[in-house]
Structure formats: structure tokens, C-alpha cells
Design a protein around this ligand. Structure first.
Ligand SMILES: O=C(O)C[C@H](O)C(=O)O
Length: 513
């Protein structure tokens, strides 16, 4: 009962809130929301770009594997965002703050022994960047509302998509569609399209960003909206942005294609006459959120989805893919690869991401000897989830390679032959790659559990204190990757979206919905 006039107090027990948050976070770590997975299934059917279709197939296959195996959809199990609508007749029975109680739920979820999730949260972000080890604290927003229930939205937001958030304090007459279209190229593919765009309009600088994030909690309904037609200016704006962004041809993982966004969500709030604040936050292929309601009767649990409703897509490696023996990799072989080539990697590779690269740089500057020899090796930009049961490693998909651009010359100077990550490389990194006649390969972001099946051995070889950011040596068997930058300096993320933008325009290919 959600009764404004109710005088009875509802007691929300601390344990019930903790259990509810923990259960919801475990649930969303392995079940995609049904609306997302079905919209992605439709995008798969409609997709005409072969590389983008292959990437979507990997994401769909990964999604089903995670739903069946109860393991995380993505190695980046996110920063927890919790939105609570607290009914004013409810009282939390606890001596701890609401933040502490919700964080206890986060802690319990992320350290669950059967499905341990990755701890990605670092305290002291500007300086020592210490991992808090249990993914706390979450980012909590509370709104007091009439009633005697507590509505909770939990989301686990990936870092790659959060990194691409945008904000502009617009002039009142500025055009929002034009601004969004201007931002999209600078977002690259690090936000793991196809996903959603959440947009907040109005309020103040900080409030429009919160609205943008909150809008992503709504289910995907663009197909229904287009079918029934817009009934408000905001709905028309959603459609205009959706069509304009998909016409850009960026496609899944930036590989060129018809589906870049599956939906555009907008929330608005009145604002000052002098401005028009607009915030935009993309959500990646690992879209994870759920809604639960507490009414004082005990913990709230989410209903298990019907796995038969997952699209029937079973990704298999391309029969034409080139097999690569990493243990005998030569500069000549690397130079022979061309953008778009599908490779199946076997043998040993090193891993390393942000913190490891920074430490290597610091050690080189101090003239210290590195603990690992990179000569002739391939490096995979990844921070895996810890293994459970008989796994050698948990889900281990790629992280955004662009963040490693500033270290690329240093690493290639150490003799590295190939890099594996996700999304595009910047122009400087592409120049360095072609100057050193090496290559950048991409794995599919959002297919972390599927990728981890190719990893047969994993051993930490340096910087163990960095946790998931340590340097591992992985032994892989037929790990699927695509050549994204070749030794000649060709760049798939530059040419493919261009080609698809023209095809969409010239052949009248309608963006899917
Ligand atoms: O942290 C990660 O593993 C990946 C990150 O979400 C990214 O997309 O770059």
C-alpha cells in the first residue's frame, strides 16, 4: 500500500535491506535485463555489417552463458549506483547510516564465494588509488516520498561507459540533437555500443547528470515508441537523437554498422532562465540494473528470468580465422596482418592495464629493472574477475585500449609485438604502432565470460599488490580477436564507421529499432 495518509510506521530491518541489495547485485551481475537482451536480439537480426554482427553474436552468446552459469556478464562488474525512494512512513531499524547499510549489501554481493565479483573501487582517487577490495562504497541517492514502502533501483555501472559521460551548460537556444551528434565521435567505442544514451536536461550542473544516470533505469521501449508515435516533445527528441546517432554508422564496438544505440532515455527538470544544462551518460553492452521494493515483510527477491526468452544465437569462431601461435610470434607475421582479419590466438600472453603501465613508467624513470620481459610478447589490457570453483580465471574481457595510448611508445620500445584491448586507438598511438610495425587487436567488450573460456592458464607474474590490475601470464587457446590497427597504420575504427555512414545514407538503410 502506497498511502500518503497512512500513519502506521513500517519497519525496514537492516538485514532485509542488506540481503535485498546483495541479492539484486548478484542477480544483475549475470542476468541482462530482458528488455536489453531482446532489443539486442533484434539488432542482431537486422545488422548488415559482418564485423558488428559477429560482435553482437559474441555479446548475446556471452549473455546466455552468464545466465546459465551465474557468472558476471563483464569483468568490469561496475561501480554500484543505488537510487532509493524512501517512503516517509518507513523507518530503518539500524544504528548505522543508510550508506553503511547499503554498502554492507554491496560488500556481501561482491565477496559472494560462489560468484565473486571484481573489486574495482579505489579510495584516494587522486593519489594512492588503493583498492577497497569489496567494491564499496556505492554511490547512493535518496529521495523521500510519501508512502510506506522503499523502492530501490540498483545498477552496476561499467567504468568504460561512465568514462564517456558528457556535460554542457548550453545556451537556452542551443540545439540538443546537434550537441549529442557532436559528442558521439569523441566517445569512440570505449562505451561498448550498442547500448543506451541517458540524457538529463535542466536543473543544475550536478542535477542534470543525476537525471541522465537515473533515466538509464527505464526499460528499452524505442520500438514501441516508434510504432505508436511520439506524444510529447521529449518523446520526439528521443527519436530524433536515436535516428541521428544510428545514422552515424558507428555500430557495435565501433566496427561500423546499423546499431549504435538501442534506446535514448531522457529525464528533465525545470532550470534557470539563463541556461540549459544537459548531461549525457551512455550505458554499455553490460547494461545491469533492477528494481525491488521493500514493504517491511522481509527481503525482496527478483524473479528468475525464463532462459528460453534469450535470443537463439550461438557464436562460433570464424572458420576462416587465422591461427596464431603466440609462443613463436615474429615481427614478419605481425606485419602480415591486415585490419579486419580475424585471428585465433594460442600460447602465452602477458596482461597489464592502467596501474601496471603507470608503474612500469615510474620504474623505467627511476632506472629500475622491470620484473617482466616484454620482448616479442603480446599484452592483453584486462583486469579479470577472480576464479571460482574449477575456473583458472573469471570473466576476462578487454578494457579500453585508448587509456593505454600514452604508454604505447614506451611499451613498443620494450619490444612488445602486439596489444589486445577494446575500442579505438588515438591518432598518436596509431602512428607509433605503424612506426614500430606492430599491431593492435581487439577483443569484444561485453563478452568477458566467453573470452575467458579461451584462457587455459593464469599466473600472476608481477605487481600482485595491484589486485585485478596485476600483470598475469595467460595461456590461451583460440582466443578470438580482430586486427583493428595494422602495421601499415590502417585503423578499422576510422574506416568502418565512415563506410557505414555512407552506406546508411546512400542505400537508405534504416537504423533498426
Ligand atoms: O575495467 C574494465 O575492465 C573495463 C572498463 O569498463 C572499460 O570499459 O574500459
Amino acid at each position: 500500500m502506497n498511502d500518503m495518509t497512512s500513519t502506521t510506521e513500517t519497519i525496514i530491518r537492516e538485514d532485509d535491506l542488506i540481503e535485498t541489495v546483495a541479492d539484486a547485485l548478484q542477480f544483475i551481475s549475470y542476468y541482462h535485463p530482458m528488455d536489453y537482451i531482446q532489443a539486442l536480439g533484434k539488432a542482431y537480426e537486422a545488422e548488415k555489417g559482418a564485423a558488428a554482427k559477429d560482435a553482437i553474436a559474441q555479446i548475446l552468446t556471452n549473455s546466455r552463458m552468464c545466465a546459465e552459469g551465474h557468472r558476471p556478464i563483464c569483468q568490469d562488474t561496475g561501480i554500484v549506483n543505488v537510487f532509493i525512494r524512501w517512503g516517509q512512513s518507513c523507518r530503518l531499524q539500524s544504528t548505522r547510516s543508510l550508506q553503511e547499510v547499503v554498502d554492507e549489501g554491496v560488500r556481501r554481493a561482491y565477496t559472494h564465494p560462489d560468484n565473486k565479483l571484481r573489486a574495482s573501487i579505489l579510495a584516494d582517487p587522486a593519489f594512492t588509488r588503493r583498492n577497497t577490495r569489496d567494491n564499496t562504497p556505492c554511490v547512493l541517492s535518496v529521495e523521500m516520498v510519501p508512502g510506506n514502502t522503499v523502492g530501490i533501483d540498483v545498477a552496476a555501472k561499467g567504468g568504460g561507459s561512465e568514462n564517456k559521460s558528457k556535460f554542457k551548460m548550453m545556451n537556452p537556444s542551443d540545439n540538443i540533437v546537434e550537441w549529442v551528434v557532436e559528442q558521439i565521435p569523441s566517445m569512440g567505442a570505449g562505451w561498448c555500443p550498442p547500448g543506451m544514451l541517458g540524457i538529463g536536461i535542466g536543473g543544475t550542473a550536478e542535477h542534470c547528470m543525476k537525471l541522465a544516470k537515473q533515466s538509464l533505469m527505464d526499460p528499452i521501449d524505442m520500438a514501441q515508441l516508434k510504432e505508436r508515435g511520439p506524444q510529447s516533445d521529449i518523446e520526439q527528441l528521443r527519436i530524433d537523437i536515436y535516428d541521428a546517432v544510428n545514422a552515424m554508422g558507428i555500430g557495435a564496438q565501433g566496427l561500423g554498422g546499423l546499431s549504435t544505440v538501442l534506446d535514448v532515455k531522457i529525464l528533465e527538470w525545470p532550470c534557470h532562465a539563463a541556461g540549459k544544462p544537459v548531461g549525457m551518460i551512455p550505458n554499455c553492452a553490460a547494461t545491469r540494473h533492477a528494481h525491488v521494493t521493500l514493504d517491511g515483510s522481509g527481503p525482496a527477491y527478483l524473479e528468475q528470468p525464463d532462459l528460453d526468452r534469450w535470443p537463439d544465437v550461438n557464436w562460433q569462431p570464424d572458420a576462416e580465422a587465422k591461427r596464431v601461435d603466440l609462443d613463436n610470434l615474429t615481427p614478419e607475421e605481425v606485419s602480415s596482418w591486415e585490419i579486419g582479419d580475424r585471428l585465433l590466438l594460442s600460447g602465452k600472453m602477458l596482461t597489464g592495464r592502467d596501474a601496471a603501465h603507470k608503474r612500469i613508467k615510474d620504474m623505467l624513470e627511476r632506472g629500475e629493472e622491470l620484473p617482466v620481459d616484454f620482448k616479442g610478447r603480446a599484452i592483453y589490457y584486462v583486469g579479470p574477475v577472480d576464479p571460482v570453483m574449477d575456473e583458472v580465471v573469471g570473466p576476462a574481457g578487454p578494457t579500453t585500449a585508448t587509456r593505454m595510448d600514452k604508454f604505447t611508445e614506451m611499451m613498443l620500445d620494450l619490444g612488445l609485438l602486439a596489444m589486445i584491448g577494446k575500442a579505438e586507438r588515438g591518432p598518436d598511438a596509431v602512428d607509433v604502432i605503424s612506426r614500430f610495425k606492430t599491431a593492435y587487436l581487439m577483443a569484444t567488450g561485453g563478452a568477458a565470460y566467453l573470452v575467458s573460456r579461451a584462457i587455459k592458464g593464469a599466473e600472476v607474474v608481477a605487481f600482485e599488490d595491484l589486485g585485478m590490475e596485476a600483470i598475469y601470464e595467460f595461456t590461451v587457446e583460440n582466443m578470438p580477436v580482430t586486427v583493428a590497427v595494422d602495421a601499415a597504420g590502417n585503423n578499422v575504427h576510422k574506416v568502418a564507421p565512415q563506410e557505414w555512414r555512407e552506406r546508411i545514407r546512400n542505400e537508405g538503410l534504416l537504423p533498426v529499432s
